[in-house]
Design a protein around this ligand. Structure first.
Ligand SMILES: Cc1ncc(COP(=O)(O)O)c(C=O)c1O
Length: 394
């Protein structure tokens, strides 16, 4: 049966984790894997989530099926978190999904059912899983230019020029905030320009928001999504709680639709649920229930927001310290962009060879495209790290 099968290519980031673990050097630095880490390199369960889990354990008296959309309360609070308290909820529907990845796939399945020949435009570069997920749903892919490796900024004019060539009805996938892998994001004026363009050209925005609260704050990080929602007749959203609630393994996310009216929203939701039925039937409950408890309870929510803010500010501080160390060690402003990037990642603009030398000669691990996880930066070893990076530059 399986004799003609070739092994699937190894996931590069997972392979990097294996190499890091096997490295006996005590001063090794892990800037690879995409999870938030505290000063001690740990990814703790958040305080409010732990408390919500305790309440869940004490109050839950059945584990019978919830239904294809999962936890209705969770779906309502997730829609508000993304679209904001002022959104027109009559046009919005949300379906709980297994993580942001599951939400992306669910939205992709909906797109396939409604616009089978549509093209999904992805940023170049983008999160490596976007392409396989869209392809798995049978959608066609094109890319728009996004990142200028030399300056560390968004190639905004090139991005707009490419999107102007999209066909009416094409889908534009946008990172809601904290672009992965680059860390370079659209500002408010650029979001406005993108909004105008998608309205004018009849494109469907597809916002992937996986890091809300990791960039400029919970509300600020949803600015682009909300600018779009205020103007476009229709849009789709995939959100993830993996990072901002630190519930990575519990698989918590939501697929959302903003439709022209309530009746169309109901139809789109029913199609998403029928797609879910054929893939995994129902999403896992535990993590989403914990998130719902946190978001519905004023004091747990305040505590979650406070802890999330501590994480966000830690990443910002590390960005500034790292940019300063690189400035000192390189005697140049080449890496200043690291401080203005937002979210958990920045792409440094190093070659694969330089990245490999950093690993082999200095025990510094980052993804081959030179993406670093800012949360992994060593607070007490910034200059050593910057020195190592500068030493492989030529
Ligand atoms: C841009 C982006 N979208 C979606 C996800 C989905 O994450 P998960 O499926 O773990 O919730 C990630 C995770 O790394 C991501 O970086």
């Amino acid at each position: 049966m399986f004799e003609d099968l070739q092994p699937a290519p190894a996931d590069k980031i997972l392979a990097l984790i294996g190499l890091y673990r096997a490295d006996p050097r005590t001063n090794k630095v892990d800037l690879g894997v995409g999870v938030y880490k505290d000063r001690d390199g740990k990814t703790p369960v958040m305080r409010a989530v732990r408390e919500a889990e305790k309440r869940l354990l004490n109050s839950q008296d059945t584990k019978t099926y919830l239904g294809l959309a999962g936890d209705a309360g969770f779906n309502a609070v997730m829609a508000k978190l993304a679209f904001g308290p002022g959104a027109d909820m009559t046009r919005i529907r949300a379906a709980q999904a297994p993580g942001g990845s599951g939400a992306l796939r669910l939205v992709a399945e909906l797109l396939k059912r409604t616009r089978a020949d549509a093209t999904v435009w992805l940023s170049d570069p983008t999160w490596p899983n976007h392409m396989p997920v869209m392809r798995a749903a049978g959608l066609q892919i094109r890319e728009y230019p996004y990142f200028d490796a030399a300056s560390g900024f968004v190639r905004f004019d090139d991005m707009l020029a490419a999107l102007l060539t999209a066909e009416r009805g094409d889908v534009v996938l946008l990172h809601g905030c904290c672009h992965n892998p680059t860390g370079a994001n659209l500002d408010a004026a650029q979001w406005q320009a993108v909004t105008d363009l998608v309205v004018e050209r009849g494109l469907l925005p597809f916002v992937d928001i996986a890091y809300q609260g990791f960039g400029d704050g919970l509300e600020a990080d949803a600015l682009g999504l909300r600018l779009l929602a205020a103007k476009v007749p229709e849009m789709v959203v995939a959100s993830s709680c993996s990072k901002n609630f630190a519930v990575y393994r519990d698989r918590v996310g939501a697929a959302m639709v903003l439709a022209r009216d309530s009746a169309q929203a109901d139809v789109a939701m029913s199609q998403m649920l029928s797609a879910a039925r054929a893939m995994y039937s129902m999403p896992p409950d535990h993590g989403a229930a914990a998130v719902r408890i946190v978001l519905e309870d004023a004091s747990l929510r305040a505590d979650w927001e406070a802890e999330l803010e501590e994480m966000r500010l830690r990443m910002l501080r590390l960005r500034v310290q790292f940019a300063e160390a690189l400035r000192r060690q390189s005697n140049s402003d080449r890496f200043d962009f690291v401080a203005s990037h937002r979210g958990m990642f920045s792409r440094l603009g190093l070659t694969e060879g330089q990245v490999e030398r950093l690993r082999a000669e200095h025990g510094v691990y980052m993804v081959g495209d030179s993406r670093i996880n800012v949360a992994g930066l060593p607070e007490d070893g910034m200059d050593d790290l910057a020195k190592a990076i500068v030493s492989v530059l030529d």
